[in-house]
Design a protein around this ligand. Sequence first.
Ligand code: CP3
Length: 344
Amino acid sequence: MTAIDRPLLAVLKGKARERPPVWLMRQAGRYLPEYRALREQKGGFLELVNDSEAAAEVTLQPIRRFGFDGAILFSDILIIPHALGQDLWFETGEGPRLAPRLADSELAELVPASARLDPVYETVRRVRAELPAATTFLGFAGSPWTVATYMVAGQGSRDQGETRRLAYGDPARFTHIVDAIIALTVEYLSGQIEAGVDAVQLFDSWAGSLSPAQFDRWVVEPNAGIVAALRERHPDIPVIGFPKGAGGKLRAYVEGVKPDAIGLDETVDPHWAAEILPADLPVQGNLDPLALIAGGAALDAAVDAILDAFAGRPHIFNLGHGILPDTPIAHVERLLDRVRGTTA
Ligand code: CP3
């Protein structure tokens, strides 16, 4: 199978297309009735992730329904803290919890329990076997900074304050945590690649909370290390970097990390991005998930503005962040028609 057979993979390798390929972050999830039904039946989110047959089914659900150009592995970025020894659970209506939280504990050993990642590789093999040949299969991991914010606080936090304090106050200890995440993430993404994904995305959801110098140290450096290690092991596998909220530091990210493609969040002006980023660098994004919820003329206008700004360069159409659970399915269909040019 060559890149030519998979439009999204071809764009990741630098080929512009007349119509951009499209997938949506969090496309497998709660806005889909078939996802909610299976999750109910299996008992919860983590039960789904660790049941490879069910996780493969959930990965394929949005492909069957919408024919997206990309399928993203169904898992979570917090599988890595779990594999580094923290307990992981989800509080209904609140979100993830990790224990013991590293803000309280003494220098944690963080010994990898790699067997906790095995169900994910099995999911990848099952999806690969069933995926249409033209669909690009994306693996992923969280970036070290974002993953560390959950490990330190033991949960999501408004401004990542505790983790930023630790990073300034005890950089040696924080380096130890980040290095452990880097090492396991390289192993984890290599495992996904060896099991069958075509490309991988690094989600840095909280990259936006750091000052420029801290951004260089905790976002650019660790992601650069991961990209370099993967490129050495798997030179043909593209890496998409997604530093959400990086704003004016986007160019520093691109120059320092050297990803094969860059994900843009919805706050980035696509015309500005097209101007400041290298013309041959594939871009992914960046529709506001709320424009998708609004639908109608507001959605059409927002889609057209993005198509227009990125016309002629390698572009993958996506949201600027994950699809929200109350997104109407009819609006996703409208978006796809618009991007594919199948309606007026
Ligand atoms: O994109 C996909 O469809 C693939 C699967 C995927 C999930 N999480 C499934 C999930 C991916 C790529 C992620 C990434 C992820 N997880 C990020 C980075 C991207 C982002 O959204 O910023 C982060 C920060 C997490 C951590 C996480 N996982 C939180 C904060 C939560 C709770 C909030 C929420 O959205 O429910 C999760 C749970 C989670 N991960 C769900 C899904 C489908 C919802 C679980 C459920 O209730 O069914």
